[in-house]
Design a protein around this ligand. Structure first.
Ligand code: SF4
Ligand code: SF4
Length: 95
């Protein structure tokens, strides 16, 4: 009973000890560096990215954030790590 009582908050419910925090990020693509390899699109676990429908002066279609998915980036940075051209980066949003 003493242990059970120690898990109670002043509000009477058990408090989460390690409540997970979910990070969010804003994605930036440096279009002139992008070579349309599609790696970032394939590795993004949240399916935030896609290849756009316009071409850069170098003749590639750059990656972009899908319409409606702007708030879904979890700032895992997989896209940054797999990009061979340092063409994409993520700025973590303030909590
Ligand atoms: S940081 Fe992660 S979730 Fe965000 S766009 Fe890159 S791969 Fe996707
Ligand atoms: S991984 Fe880099 S070069 Fe490849 S599509 Fe994504 S941003 Fe472009």
């Amino acid at each position: 009973m003493a242990i059970a009582n120690s898990l109670q908050t002043s509000h009477g419910s058990r408090a989460p000890i390690d409540k997970p925090t979910r990070h969010h990020g804003t994605v930036h693509v440096i279009e002139l560096r992008c070579k349309e390899c599609n790696f970032c699109v394939q590795f993004c676990p949240e399916e935030v990215l896609e290849i756009s429908d316009h071409y850069t002066p170098r003749g590639y279609r750059p990656a972009r954030v899908k319409t409606g998915k702007e708030g879904d980036c979890i700032a895992c940075r997989f896209c940054e790590h797999v990009c061979p051209d340092y063409a994409i980066y993520v700025v973590e949003d303030s909590p």
